[in-house]
Design a protein around this ligand. Sequence first.
Ligand code: ADP
Length: 299
Amino acid sequence: MEERRREIQEQEKRIKMRMAKIKHKLAILSGKGGVGKSTVTTNLAAALAKRGYNVGVLDADIHGPSIPKLLGVRNEKLTTSQTGDQGFVPVEGPFGIQVVSMDFLLPSDETPVIWRGPMKMGAIKQFLADVDWGSLDFLLVDLPPGSGDEALSIMQLLPDIDGAIVVTAPSEVSQIVVKRAIGFTRELKVPVVGIVENMSGFVCPKCGTEIDIFKSGGGQKIAEQLGVPFLEKLPLDSKICEDSDNGAPFVLEHAETPAAKAFMRVVEKVEEYLKQGRNHEFSFSHLSVRKRRRSLFDE
Ligand code: ADP
């Protein structure tokens, strides 16, 4: 019992020590799966790396670890560091992005992740305590979808997290779950950097007509209701899906598209947010958080 307690304390110390070397930690979350959370994580990572930052991505989406596929590093395995502080070495993706995922621990594609709760949390803790991330400017943590136990426990493990980026699709049903996700960040006192509305509109490549397949504007509406910044609308683009399947970050492959430019604007807003510091009221020119912050619990 005593020994176990000491082990836990040691691990917590190691998490603190590793995380202290990382300047900024951001969690990417969504109310539900399939809205493009991992797509946003990888493209943000690529966009930040392109701007010269040292970036790491922790794929903490335990049941659907898709980051390695999106960054073209599937079938890689974590190795042990021979030098430095003797941890696991992340796998290196495009632009030097450091990647750690449950996927690197699974023997094959067919292996379902049916580990029990404590085992899964054990693995995440190990990723934070025993991976030699080195000195990073950014660690992006792709959380499991929803606001359940797993997302909660992982978020609590991250000391001094700078904020959370919430990804939603524009539809009504996504807005309901996003409300829950933002309530969740507030319970944990993690500031929300802002909402990204993904799959927002589609421009037909043949005739140029703009169609709102999943409606549009839901993300903005919920941001206003909850008093959090709205970051960007990312349109549907079939090249996002193709690039993801090819493991090539869309934002680098198709930099001239409106969706890639929108990703770059998200990065600029993240930089702006960090400049203001996590404890400051964050406002984009037209949106004052201070004014709107009260609304979540007023409803
Ligand atoms: P999540 O992490 O929320 O479960 P993913 O990032 O895995 O969702 O995205 C789900 C699917 O939707 C993937 O096939 C991805 O390529 C596709 N996708 C995500 N965003 C877009 C978009 N804006 N345009 C086209 N396809 C997209």
